[in-house]
Design a protein. Structure first.
Length: 584
């Protein structure tokens, strides 16, 4: 049995376990409760990225997980540090993103006695995580990390929380000294009883902590659908004349498998719509990938495979899939596979692996049989692209968002990752921008959370420093994490943000004004967001006319290549492009 003499305190144990799992980076905002974890992790060579709001740390861990296929890790202090993370935790839970949140807590003996930042954290956090670990003994810290990493990734992935009380993290001598002081020197019976109690308490905390066996990482095997489901789906697909795939985020949770999945889809030769993290799976332009009129395609298809996609609001609750079509749902979650529509074939397991298994079983494609179907979809796509071109050609006083994204599509490199955070501006981007490859598009997911942008970009740029990271921000959305330009600058992270400045929360205003004839609370100013970023030491560029757009984007890209963070503040004209769209 190997032992590790450097496990001086609980912080070391947590750090050693993280290192054993290959965790490259911890996102954090400091606090005395968690200092030993951060110092120990740094000592072991992990990167510590300190942010300006705890919610950013968890958004970053979420993005890191999505891009690496391994749980991202964030550490925050007790009480308000933890409450600040709740939105990001919930977002990760709904996006099924595996992450580990380490949270501080008041000393074990003082919990519930009015200690600093002491609240009952379980009821706040537990509903949003797969497991809430409440640690009471030093020796349990390392194994809890190993178990948490495994739970986060297994089955339906999601966040896991470990509560680490501060008195478990420091070295035994200091903690014994601290408890001895707390016990005082009184000689009365209650004084002596307190000392006896505290002494026994400390004894329990350190029980078994002489065991210095390092923690090892565990292998997590993806759940596999039944072979019979693969055969049934292969048969249905072979019979189908108008098959259709919709592939979503969950199908690419095994990030390392993304390329193999793309090849399997190509081999199957079925037209496909990609959503969430799966956007970009087939590269920039692939003949099988359709981008527009998904609703019509769903209505016409006679065999639909929903791979890692539930029939929620994003798929209009499944109502467009025709009743006599064969519906195949491949999903790690049995509940999601059956949400709002009962599939004919429910393949419960990893959706990406399911498609790969299908490509090994399905007979060779009869290209001729599907030619007409593919042509119909491709023609519709082309017609929509032509409409976008027409709308993009319209010129006004400032910048046409469609034309702007056509320009960004030209300028952004082959290794660009796009982070989407906003309303109409971002929805427009999702029609016009072509993600470059697998795992190059990050959006919040089903929770529809504004404010993910800075944290996601932080996770992306630290996980994939070889990538060019562009945040597509609404001006409303950018306000949440703008302060993180400070983080980008301090850590030398060359993130590029483009802010679609329409001086308002337009996605909301659009319907509110129409239905309630009031723009109350939806109006913003043409704020100088570029000057705010410059104030943090980043580069700020303002774009007020269409002619300035392309050169500004090129300049932003050059500055990022030199290691600078950049914010491009783009004054938008109004557009009708998003008229009529509403999500509920
Ligand atoms: C945390 C959060 N708060 C509020 C909303 C509601 N919401 C959805 S879109 C939107 C407007 C976004 O405005 P902006 O980022 O400027 O993008 P625009 O629609 O103007 O392009 C709002 C407020 C939300 N989705 N998330
Ligand atoms: Mg706006």
């Amino acid at each position: 049995m190997t032992t590790n003499p450097s496990l001086r305190h609980g912080g070391d144990r947590v750090a050693q376990a993280l290192q054993a799992h290959g965790v490259p980076c911890i996102y954090t905002l400091c606090g005395g409760h968690i200092s030993p974890i951060l110092a120990a992790a740094k000592g072991l060579g992990m990167r510590i990225v300190d942010v300006r709001d705890e919610v950013t740390a968890v958004f970053a861990a979420d993005a890191a997980a999505r891009l690496s296929g391994r749980p991202g890790v964030a550490a925050v202090t007790a009480g308000p540090g933890i409450t600040n993370t709740i939105t990001a935790l919930k977002n990760a839970q709904l996006a099924q993103s595996p992450l580990l949140l380490l949270g501080g807590a008041a000393p074990t003996a003082l919990q519930g006695r009015g200690a600093l930042q002491d609240i009952d954290q379980r009821p706040l956090v537990e509903p949003h995580v797969k497991r809430f670990f409440k640690i009471r003994r030093v020796r349990d810290l390392g194994p809890a990390v190993a178990e948490a990493m495994e739970i986060a990734q297994s089955g339906v992935p999601g966040p896991v929380f470990i509560e680490c009380p501060v008195d478990l993290l420091y070295d035994e001598a200091s903690i014994r000294g601290w408890y001895a002081d707390a016990g005082g020197k009184g000689t009365t019976l209650p004084d002596r009883a307190l000392r006896w109690y505290l002494n026994r308490h400390v004894q329990k905390m350190f029980e078994g902590s002489g065991d210095l066996t390092p923690v090892r990482s565990r292998t997590v095997v993806a759940p596999q659908a039944d072979g019979s489901k693969v055969s049934a789906a292969a048969t249905a697909l072979a019979k189908a004349e108008r098959p259709l795939f919709v592939i979503g985020s969950q199908a690419v949770v095994q990030a390392a498998q993304a390329q193999a999945l793309a090849e399997a889809v190509t081999k199957l030769g079925v037209p496909v719509y990609l959503s969430g993290m799966a956007r970009g799976l087939l590269g920039r332009d692939h003949p099988l990938q359709m981008r527009h009129s998904r609703r019509n395609a769903l209505r016409e298809s006679d065999c639909v495979l929903l791979a890692g996609v539930p029939c929620d609001f994003r798929l209009d609750y499944g109502k467009h899939v025709r009743r006599n079509a064969t519906l195949i749902a491949a999903n790690r979650s049995a509940k999601d596979a059956r949400l709002n529509r009962r599939p004919d074939i429910a393949a419960i397991g990893d959706a990406g692996d399911f498609i790969q298994a299908l490509s090994r079983q399905a007979p060779a494609i009869d290209a001729g049989k599907r030619q007409a179907w593919l042509a119909t979809l491709a023609q519709r796509d082309a017609a929509r692209e032509a409409e976008i071109d027409t709308q993009a050609a319209a010129r006004g006083e400032h910048v046409n968002p469609l034309a702007f994204f056509r320009a960004l599509e030209q300028v952004a490199g082959d290794h660009a990752v796009f982070v989407a955070d906003g309303g109409d501006f971002v929805a427009t981007a999702s029609y016009v921008l072509h993600p470059r490859g697998p795992l190059t598009w990050l959006d919040p997911g089903a929770f529809g959370t504004l404010g993910v942008g800075a944290g996601f970009a932080l996770g992306a740029t630290t996980t994939r420093p070889d990538r060019e990271v562009w945040i597509v921000f609404g001006d409303g959305a950018c306000g949440y994490g703008l302060v993180e330009f400070d983080t980008f600058v301090r850590h030398g992270l060359p993130v590029i943000a483009v802010v679609g400045n329409d001086a308002g929360w337009t996605q909301i205003a659009r319907e509110q004004v129409k239905m309630l004839h009031d723009d109350v609370a939806t109006v913003l100013a043409r704020t100088d967001y570029h000057a705010v970023a410059a104030g943090f030491g980043a580069e700020g560029i303002v774009v007020k006319t269409m002619a300035e757009a392309q050169p500004a984007l090129q300049r932003a890209r050059e500055l990022a290549r030199q290691g600078k963070a950049v914010l491009v503040n783009v004054w938008l004209d109004k557009t009708e492009f998003r008229e009529g769209s509403l999500s509920m």
